[in-house]
Design a protein around this ligand. Structure first.
Ligand code: MG
Ligand code: ZN
Length: 220
C-alpha cells in the first residue's frame, strides 16, 4: 500500500470512530444519562478509584461500568463487589477502547436501567487519547509513583481531558511534590480541574464526584 493510501485508510478509521462516538454521546445526553471515560496508565489506580466511586454512588444511582483490559475480568469483578453493574471487555491485545466496542456493550443492555456510565479504559497514556468512546467527559488518572515528569511527557491525553486526577497523594514525599504534577496538569489546558486523590484513604473522592457534576443527596 502506498504511503498516501495508508494515511487515508487511517483517517477513515478515525472518522468512523468519531462519528459513532458522537452518536453515543448524543443518545446518552438525550436520555439524560452521564457517561465518563476514565483513562490512565497501568497501576495509576483507576480500578480502586472506581471502587471508591461505586461505594459512594451506588446507594443513590444505578451505575454501569465498562472495564477494558487486554485479558481477565479481575477489574470488573473488583468493582462489581460494590453494588454496581460491570462488564469486562477483553480487547485481546488491543491497547484502547473505541466507540464500536462501547456501542456493542450498550446494545446488550437497556440504557434506561442505569443513570451513570463509566469506562475504565485500557491502561496506557498514549492511544486512548486518540479514540473517542462517546463519553461526555474524559478523566485522566496518573499517580505520583509514576514520577515527576509523567504529566509533562503525555500532554496529548491531558488535552483531551476535563479532569486530571493525581492519585496516591497519600504517598507524597517521593523526592518531589505532588504539586509539580498538579501544576503541570493545569498548565496544559485552561479550565482543567486537577484533583489530588488517594483511592486508598478516600482523600479527594468527594471533590472528584463534585467535579463530575454528580450530586449526592444528603441523608436525612
Ligand atoms: Mg484497572
Ligand atoms: Zn491502543
Amino acid at each position: 500500500m502506498s504511503q498516501e493510501k495508508k494515511i487515508s485508510v487511517r483517517e477513515t478509521v478515525y472518522k468512523k470512530n468519531d462519528d459513532l462516538a458522537e452518536e453515543i454521546r448524543k443518545n446518552m445526553k438525550n436520555k439524560g444519562k452521564l457517561f465518563f471515560n476514565i483513562m490512565g496508565s497501568i497501576g495509576a489506580g483507576k480500578t480502586l478509584l472506581l471502587e471508591n466511586l461505586a461505594v459512594k454512588l451506588s446507594t443513590h444511582y444505578r451505575v454501569f461500568v465498562i472495564n477494558g483490559d487486554i485479558a481477565t475480568t479481575i477489574d470488573a469483578d473488583r468493582i462489581a463487589k460494590h453494588g454496581v453493574k460491570t462488564v469486562q471487555i477483553n480487547t485481546g491485545g488491543g491497547c484502547h477502547l473505541n466507540a464500536n466496542l462501547i456501542a456493542k456493550e450498550l446494545e446488550k443492555i437497556n440504557i434506561d436501567d442505569f443513570d451513570i456510565f463509566f469506562t475504565e479504559n485500557v491502561g496506557n497514556l498514549i492511544c486512548p487519547a486518540a479514540w473517542d468512546v462517546g463519553a461526555q467527559m474524559n478523566i485522566v488518572v496518573v499517580s505520583i509513583t509514576e514520577g515527576e515528569y509523567v504529566v509533562k511527557k503525555h500532554p496529548i491525553i491531558f488535552k483531551d481531558a476535563e479532569i486530571a486526577i493525581i492519585n496516591k497523594c497519600d504517598l507524597d514525599g517521593l523526592g518531589f511534590d505532588s504539586q509539580v504534577l498538579e501544576e503541570d496538569a493545569s498548565k496544559i489546558k485552561s479550565g482543567m480541574k486537577v484533583i489530588c486523590t488517594s483511592a486508598k484513604t478516600g482523600q479527594g473522592i468527594d471533590d472528584f464526584i463534585e467535579a463530575l457534576g454528580i450530586e449526592i443527596p444528603r441523608d436525612e
